[in-house]
Design a protein around this ligand. Structure first.
Ligand code: ZN
Length: 147
């Protein structure tokens, strides 16, 4: 290994899973509910339950942090807020000058609950992708940690 290779963060030719990847590739894989690191599926055991690590590349999906998915909750909240705002705007524009205010009010509640449930798995994989963009995977992300 040359000095240049050692100095480049996120690059380890001895471990093929450790490399800096395109942010768009990481996010695209996440939005397909695939592992942002390797692109393989099977990350979930149920709709809400994520495995501890990717079954293909072995990366720790919570990256060894107990409160890791607070970021996913935040992303989920942002996604649902955007979804609500777009739906509200679309209905108001389409029905102007007489928008159905009652339907918007109750529909907004229903949409926010359904949206939060539907977006949750996507928020989890997307949060992992965002984290991998800013903190590329290291060797420790593939090693089992003793709690
Ligand atoms: Zn993987």
């Amino acid at each position: 290994m040359t000095m240049e290779e050692q100095a480049r963060p996120g690059s380890d030719p001895a471990h093929p899973d450790i490399s800096r990847q395109s942010p768009w590739r990481l996010l695209g894989r996440a939005l397909l509910l695939r592992c942002p690191n390797c692109g393989h599926g099977g990350l979930f055991t149920g709709f809400f339950e994520m495995r501890e690590r990717c079954p293909h590349c072995g990366i720790l999906l919570a990256r060894g942090e107990a409160d890791y998915f607070i970021g996913a909750y935040t992303l989920n909240l942002i996604a649902v807020e955007i979804l609500l705002a777009l739906a509200f705007l679309a209905v108001v524009v389409a029905t102007w000058p007489n928008p159905p205010w009652n339907a918007l009010q109750y529909g907004g509640v229903v949409l926010s609950i359904l949206g939060a449930v539907f977006c949750y798995p996507f928020a989890k994989t997307t949060w992992l992708a965002v984290d991998l963009i800013f903190r590329p995977p290291k060797r420790e992300d593939f090693i089992t940690r003793v709690k």
